[in-house]
Design a protein around this ligand. Structure first.
Ligand SMILES: *Cc1c(COP(=O)(O)O)cnc(C)c1O
Length: 387
């Protein structure tokens, strides 16, 4: 291995596709004008934004008019949840989500709780999925919004968005989906899916950081109050000068993903199977999530008798995540894994391996062997504690 590190953290961020980087440079050179400006240079920026909107809309099978540009999934989640809760507050103040959502979702609900909204936190079943019947049972006459993520960023668990969305449609509840780990990775048809609001971010599918979008279905009663106020761009839902170069990059990343979704999934499934076969016989190994039905780009595993930080250190030069990537400065066990029934120790030893387009079979082979050896070494250092 000549490389300085082996990157197995695609769920945290992906490298920018070279064509995307080129496209953004092109835009910076020749289409730098403000897209709100009514002159020929502004027209160029507008054209680039329009092209990107069409590319993203094609990936998701929706109309470009349903897409609002934001700074990423964090902002989209905030705008969708706070915006929809406030828009519908006259009708009712009950909301539904899960504790296993990303912090960009859970923290918005906690803020809304402080503002007088009532939130039901639904626990997942053993494999991390939400049972649509349990979801339906949690609805009340005053329920206005539910937010359930598509693919879990820690475990790769995929929720039954269609079934959950149908429950929402039948009961006039708005349905928001954080699809940051799903867009550009698994097929999504917004024309067919019963989803009202959907968040995405460019850097999870080989586009740039700092740009994302919120899908707002073109249906009566589906609307969000803005979080920002200003120049009136994007129908006042999210004003501010549009970063036309980032948007052009995201658009091209969407088009590239659209053309290779199936091939990417096949590649990831082969990598994950190879990795799994290499480590499956490790004593006391636990899989966090459901390896049969989950997103194949993520494999999250724990061992109960080893401390997470020591394990992570001995895994260098592998770039992997322990607990939640966004929380790894905080020394608390992953709340997502705790909700799956893992003990503190099991959750603390969890390692998330996530694979991507550039991951090779050789890297996976090396990483899996390295992981197995690291566990053996740590167990040899502390004999007697082993499970
Ligand atoms: C990455 C991620 C986010 C946040 O995306 P940003 O680009 O950091 O705003 C939100 N939700 C999920 C599920 C994610 O994986």
């Amino acid at each position: 291995m000549a490389a300085e590190f082996i990157y197995l953290d695609y769920a945290a961020s992906t490298p920018v596709d070279e064509r995307v980087a080129e496209r953004m440079l092109e835009c910076r050179g020749s289409a730098y004008a403000n897209s709100s400006s009514n002159h020929v240079a502004g027209r160029r920026s507008r054209d680039n934004i329009e092209t990107a909107g069409a590319q993203l809309a094609a990936l998701l099978n929706t109309d470009p008019k349903t897409l609002i540009w934001t700074s990423g999934a964090t902002e989209s989640d905030n705008l969708a949840i706070a915006g929809a809760a406030r828009y519908r507050a006259q009708r009712g103040r009950h909301l539904i989500t899960m504790p296993t959502e990303h912090k960009a979702v859970t923290d918005v609900f906690r803020m809304l709780e402080k503002q007088g909204f009532e939130v039901t936190w639904l626990e997942p079943g053993e494999c991390g999925r939400l049972d649509p019947a349990a979801f339906k049972a949690a609805l009340r006459p005053d329920t206005q919004l539910a937010s359930i993520m598509y693919v879990n960023n820690e475990t790769g668990v995929i929720q039954d968005i269609e079934a959950l969305g149908n429950v929402c449609r039948d009961n006039d509840v708005l349905f928001h989906v954080d699809a940051a780990q799903a867009v550009g990775k698994i097929p999504i048809d917004l024309n067919a899916l019963p989803v009202d609001l959907l968040s995405l971010t460019g850097h999870k599918f080989y586009g740039p950081k700092g740009i994302g979008a919120l899908y707002i279905a073109d249906r009566p009663g589906c609307h969000v109050e803005p979080l920002f106020f200003g120049g009136g761009q994007q129908r006042r839902i999210r004003p501010g000068t549009l970063p036309s170069d980032l948007i052009a990059g995201l658009g091209l990343a969407a088009e590239i993903a659209d053309g290779r979704l199936r091939d990417d999934l096949t590649h990831l499934a082969a990598l994950r199977a190879a990795f799994w076969n290499r480590i499956r016989d490790i004593d006391g190994l636990l899989v966090n999530g459901d390896p049969d039905s989950g997103f194949p780009g993520i494999l999250n595993v724990s061992v109960s008798d080893i401390e997470g930080e020591s394990l992570l250190l001995s895994l260098e030069p592998l770039c992997v995540a322990t607990g939640s990537a966004c929380n790894s400065q905080i020394q608390e066990p992953s709340y997502v894994l705790r909700a799956l029934g893992r003990s503190d120790l099991e959750a603390q030893s969890s390692i998330r391996f996530s694979f991507g387009r550039n991951t090779t079979a050789e890297e996976v082979e090396f990483a899996a062997g390295h992981y197995a050896r690291a566990i053996q070494r740590l167990r040899d250092l502390a004999p007697g504690d082993a499970a």
